[in-house]
Ligand binder design. Structure first.
Ligand code: SAM
Length: 273
């Protein structure tokens, strides 16, 4: 599985060139597209098409060749194969047949966007492309609305406005980043609330897009309003010590420690043996 550039041809790896040069066959989405890459790299390995619409059938042909000992590189039009691109069918079937599969790692729009997002959390949700159908799209957004991590989607210019409008409706007007034309001459990042991105792009946008939306704000546990209940809540629900509870409440509510301590003592005495 050979990753190829997502725009900038300089991003091709040394190992990708070596692999594409040495295999018996390169399976690719669009032979015309990959032919250009090969010409640029002086690679003359024969090409064979492998695309989504006939992935099962194409995989059967490639599996026969692999079983006969041929070495095949699979590439997609851009980036890492099998990430929102064909490839998984062949990998699954090859794995089941005991054929060795090797990742020749390299560019992916997802990794490129995340790497320059400044996201501090390690976790994120990757949704690939949102469904084209409006109801299915809204349902998916509803399902992920409460996730406390960033939501990352691949987008297309013609669907962006509809997606942004649905996001505002289903997620609220959260902060977001729209990465356009990563690794290319006109690379840019538009940043701000979803409504601002919607406004800026409603007249039309060109190029390839990755959209990153901030996750839901972490839910604070519901805290009781009255001080006695709040003390009991820290004692029973948070398993906090008397000292921790007093410090926390005094700081949070800006109350004198001595006053909170006196109340806390009475509450802790309720459970004293
Ligand atoms: N397999 C590819 C990868 O590893 O990123 C993704 C293939 S998917 C069919 C194509 C989508 O990836 C585009 O519609 C866009 O959302 C995103 N993409 C690809 N290249 C990009 C780029 N240079 N800048 C921004 N997004 C890009």
């Amino acid at each position: 599985m050979v990753a190829t550039p997502i725009g900038n041809l300089g991003d091709i790896s040394h190992r990708a060139i070596q692999t594409l040069t040495s295999v018996d066959l390169i399976a690719c989405e669009d032979t015309r597209h990959t032919k250009k890459l090969c010409r640029h790299l002086n690679i003359t390995t024969p090409l064979v098409s492998y695309f989504r619409e006939r992935e099962q059938e194409k995989a059967t042909t490639l599996l026969k060749l692999l079983s006969a000992g041929k070495q095949i590189a699979l590439v997609s039009d851009a980036g890492t194969p099998a990430i929102c691109d064909p490839g998984a069918v062949l990998v699954n079937r090859a794995r089941a047949a005991g054929i060795e599969i090797v990742a020749i790692a390299g560019p992916s729009a997802l990794a490129a966007a995340l790497s320059i997002s400044g996201l501090m959390q390690a976790n994120f949700f990757f949704g690939g492309f949102l469904p084209a159908n409006a109801n299915a799209r809204k349902q998916l957004l509803k399902n992920v609305a409460s996730l406390p991590c960033a939501l990352v989607f691949y987008e297309t210019p013609h669907r962006l406005t509809a997606s942004l409008a649905d996001m505002i409706a289903m997620l609220g007007d959260r902060q977001a980043q729209l990465f356009r034309e990563l690794t290319k001459i006109h690379e840019e990042c538009l940043e701000g609330p979803l409504s601002v991105l919607h406004e800026h792009t409603r007249a039309g946008v060109k190029g390839e897009l990755v959209l990153l939306v901030h996750g839901a704000a972490p839910q604070l546990p519901e805290q009781p309003e009255n001080l006695d209940d709040l003390l009991r809540w820290y004692r029973d629900e948070q398993q906090a010590s008397l000292k921790q509870t007093v410090a926390r409440i005094a700081a949070d509510l800006d109350l004198p420690r001595s006053q909170v301590y006196k109340k806390a003592l009475a509450i802790w005495q309720e459970i004293a043996p």
